[in-house]
Design a binder for this molecule. Structure first.
Ligand code: CA
Length: 529
């Protein structure tokens, strides 16, 4: 907004358009600085920015091509599942491939997702909080929407495609299956995968878990009449949408991830010889319940439980894709990120992952939103690095754009952007995070915020029985003060320190208010749900 500015008594019709919109810092304790009124404030790190830009420029000069980007999203994998994050062989499911990427890359111990599948995936691809876009849950058959939440949204895939990338989603989508909401409708040039979570494909065919449905003709007929798509789909941006196969048994679903692996490996070999760099989101169906290992992996883990067998399987497939990049001669030109879309789903225990933290999927406790994060780029990210700097998976949006040479400044100014370009954090040898805040939303409600090692809760999920964080939990507003935890001395979020740390309580309160104010200025979409 333009506003006359008074300087030494003279009215200037100044062009301080951006500066005028920049909000003042919400509290003195925050290191973050706002660059504009519609972007998440970030911690300035000019020295590492310079180093990272020099590194990227040298790489571009040498290869003549922007880097490929491969993001692995494992479904519902717990923070503590990979060996590099405390699990692995210790819990009966060794993960040598992920551990090697962590050891030879950057291990991020404070990586944050949203609290469930759909919001996280939407945030990764849009760089915006799901509460803004309305992509807070999958759009289901029978939902009456005022607007398609994808309408007007930009995705990293679409922006990179416009910038010359071949963009591909292999695997799980879970952000809508109607026309206009499918991956190949919203920016992916190519889609090979599934619209839903693994369990939704096998319910009608799994008589051992769901006998009341499978063995009752009337109920089964009614269930199937909902018409949800049970297929492995191939799609292209030109609208081509084909059924590869229809899943009609747990045994077929068990082979789903093997087929996704085969597809990505095959396409990497083909794409590596082409002119375009590629952006691949390889999104596993596993290890979301209900887990059925591929035939080759039955009993492959020391534990022999299906979840753990599937961890071994997923880990091996990550290794196969990395191997495919290496054989194709493009590993040194590929940025790789490994993560999970939320914490373990403890409600399905023992078909569940492992987290050392309080809570689980479906909550904004650390157990629900703190996930493994591994950034790997041979020759570009120094091996053996580890950082507890904050990284929100939304930052992958901005970071992918930066790596792909898309100018984030040119993004529309009519909306709020929540991600932060973390290229310098990841690439500079001693890079530090630019993120000061992580906001934890429960659907359309702001529930908590982390700033440095402090986390303040406004709403908490209280499980009524151990592990039942979705099926039997109450969401309760906190009282007179937010519940404030110091995650360094209390990673389990058990002992609030509000009254011993008054300065931080006040500061985090002010920061939360400032975040909420961005929603007043840029109102979220009304989907009519
Ligand atoms: Ca998930």
């Amino acid at each position: 907004m333009m506003k006359p500015v008074l300087v030494f008594g003279m009215v200037l019709a100044a062009t301080f358009a951006v500066a005028d919109d920049v909000p003042p810092p919400a509290s003195k304790l925050s290191r973050a600085v706002a660059e504009s009124g519609n972007r998440q404030p970030a911690i300035p790190r000019p020295d590492q920015e310079t180093l990272a830009q020099e590194k990227l420029a040298a790489h571009l000069a040498e290869t003549g091509q922007r880097p490929n980007i491969v993001i692995f999203v494992v479904d519902d994998m717990g923070y503590g599942d990979p060996g590099a994050f405390g699990g692995g062989g210790m819990i009966g499911a060794a993960t040598p491939e992920m551990d090697a990427l962590a050891a030879e890359g950057l291990k991020l111990t404070s990586t944050y997702s949203q609290y469930t599948c759909t919001p996280t995936r939407a945030a990764i691809y849009t760089g915006r909080l799901p509460a803004r876009t309305g992509l807070i849950r999958p759009i289901l058959a029978g939902d009456t929407l005022k607007v398609n939440p994808w309408e007007g949204e930009l995705t990293s895939a679409g922006l990179l495609s416009d910038a010359g990338y071949h963009t591909m989603l292999v695997g799980k989508w879970h952000i809508g299956e109607g026309e206009g909401m499918r991956p190949h409708d919203v920016g992916f040039d190519e889609f090979f995968g599934f619209y839903k979570a693994q369990k939704e494909y096998t319910q009608a065919y799994d008589g051992r878990r769901f006998p009341d449905l499978v063995h009752d003709e009337d109920k089964l007929g009614r269930y199937q009449s909902i018409g949800s798509i049970n297929d492995l789909i191939f799609g292209l941006a030109d609208g081509t949408t084909e059924t590869v196969e229809t899943i009609t048994s747990p045994e077929m679903m068990a082979e789903g991830d093997r087929k996704l692996r085969d597809y990505t490996v095959k396409r990497i070999a083909e794409l590596a010889g082409g002119e375009q760099p590629f952006f691949i989101s390889h999104s596993f169906m596993k290890v979301h319940a209900d887990n059925f290992p591929s035939e080759e992996y039955v009993g492959a883990s020391a534990s022999k439980f299906p979840y753990r067998d599937n961890m071994v399987e997923v880990d091996a497939y990550i290794g196969d894709v990395v191997e495919a990049l290496e054989s194709a001669g493009v590993l040194e030109n590929t940025f790789i990120f490994v993560t999970s879309d939320n914490g373990p789903q403890m409600d399905s225990w023992p078909d569940s992952g492992y987290t050392p933290f309080r809570g689980a999927k479906g909550t904004t406790w650390e157990g629900g939103v703190r996930v493994p994060g591994i950034a790997y780029w041979k020759g570009m990210i120094a091996p053996g690095r580890e950082s507890d700097g904050l990284f929100d998976l939304m930052d992958l949006f901005d970071t992918a754009l930066a790596l792909g040479g898309v100018d984030a400044e040119a993004l529309p100014a009519d909306r709020y952007w929540d991600g932060i370009d973390q290229t310098s954090f990841l690439l500079a040898d001693d890079g530090e995070s630019k993120r000061e805040h992580v906001y934890n939303w429960l659907g359309a409600q702001l529930a908590a915020m982390r700033m440095r090692e402090y986390k303040a809760h406004l709403l908490v999920s209280l499980a009524q029985e151990k592990f039942l964080y979705i099926d039997m939990a109450a969401v309760v507003p906190t009282g007179l003060a937010p519940w404030l935890f110091n995650l360094y001395i209390d990673p389990m979020e058990e002992y609030p320190v509000g009254h011993r740390m008054n300065a931080w309580t006040a500061s985090l309160g002010a920061e939360l208010k400032a975040h909420a104010a961005t929603f007043a200025k840029f109102p979220p979409k009304d989907l009519g749900l």
